[in-house]
Write a protein that binds this ligand. Sequence first.
Ligand SMILES: NC(=O)c1ccc[n+]([C@@H]2O[C@H](COP(=O)([O-])OP(=O)(O)OC[C@H]3O[C@@H](n4cnc5c(N)ncnc54)[C@H](O)[C@@H]3O)[C@@H](O)[C@H]2O)c1
Ligand SMILES: O=C(O)[C@H]1O[C@H](OP(=O)(O)OP(=O)(O)OC[C@H]2O[C@@H](n3ccc(=O)[nH]c3=O)[C@H](O)[C@@H]2O)[C@H](O)[C@@H](O)[C@@H]1O
Length: 336
Amino acid sequence: MAQKETNGSNGDHISTRPPPTPSPLRFSKFFQANLRILVTGGAGFIGSHLVDKLMENEKHEVIVADNFFTGSKDNLKKWIGHPRFELIRHDVTEPLLVEVDQIYHLACPASPIFYKHNPVKTIKTNVIGTLNMLGLAKRVGARILLTSTSEVYGDPLEHPQTEAYWGNVNPIGVRSCYDEGKRVAETLMFDYHRQHGIEIRIARIFNTYGPRMNIDDGRVVSNFIAQAVRGEPLTVQRPGTQTRSFCYVADMVDGLIKLMNGNKTGPINLGNPGEFTMLELAENVKELINPDVTVTMTENTPDDPRQRKPDITKAKEVSGMGAQDRPAGRLGAHGG
Ligand SMILES: NC(=O)c1ccc[n+]([C@@H]2O[C@H](COP(=O)([O-])OP(=O)(O)OC[C@H]3O[C@@H](n4cnc5c(N)ncnc54)[C@H](O)[C@@H]3O)[C@@H](O)[C@H]2O)c1
Ligand SMILES: O=C(O)[C@H]1O[C@H](OP(=O)(O)OP(=O)(O)OC[C@H]2O[C@@H](n3ccc(=O)[nH]c3=O)[C@H](O)[C@@H]2O)[C@H](O)[C@@H](O)[C@@H]1O
């Protein structure tokens, strides 16, 4: 079939190839909900909050597929046994056959210490896992959203980062299994979109924080809070002037749902442009939680990005997605 594409830099790539038709099984007599939604990685931090939000809509049926590497059933315990909810222990590096209308593809360890723990598995999850989910989307005619990352910009030489920036990424470093893995995942999404007409959405998520972060997964917000609560020194990795921009998880989930249901393919940056140095963050946590703790400088890890701040102009264009644009206030303002 003839196919025409526009490949604009404004997040609205359009393939004129019609999307695949839903499988007839989707409309079997067991079908009840208006929308059946698969969330891979739904037992994790962001995924479980996304499931909570999706389940609020009584017309949704939600299926979670997760291998529980970094996620936990505990995050979903309030939904286990619910008639509109199913939990499958499944590794996305293996094919999955389910009849769904939308796929939120989150499965991937996100904390640097976990994704570096088994880098070959991490890249398999990003590449083979995304291929499998795209194959599923093609077979059943589902729309698929990938949670990519600000790490696709690597150690960015442009600041703040717009979606048009191609990044500065080390292809052979210890973070490459994750950042290059996500870059390949984005490539696969666009190839399936152009070649097969799959309806795709790509979110480039910037550092997100909130309840259910693993206390011991090494991410900076949970590390500092846990250290402050225990009365231990806050470990700022050198030089401490590196920056990050932190988004509250409820805002992230709203952004993901709006992106999925809007008409832009992305990639679209999702995050809060409020930018902190790690030293500022430590001082902030200290002041809010335990003014008696000290701040200590420790060794950093290779290829740590020196600055990161999203340009969220495009996110704001997707109707009502300004929720991420919180003032660059104190992290505690959300009580998360
Ligand atoms: N949290 C952030 O700041 C952030 C930033 C950028 C991008 N992201 C992306 O968002 C997504 C969710 O991140 P998170 O912070 O909730 O991480 P998380 O580690 O809490 O959740 C990831 C989930 O995926 C599951 N998983 C991992 N490998 C899998 C596999 N092979 N098969 C099936 N399930 C698997 C884990 O068990 C876990 O439940 C990830 O794709 C991550 O790359 C997160
Ligand atoms: O938002 C993103 O795109 C990425 O952000 C994070 O990766 P990173 O920014 O390295 O997250 P942290 O491990 O929380 O580190 C943030 C900064 O804090 C510093 N840090 C970390 C831990 C600590 O105890 N002290 C400390 O100063 C690190 O050196 C780094 O500069 C996530 O964990 C990735 O999954 C995600 O894709």
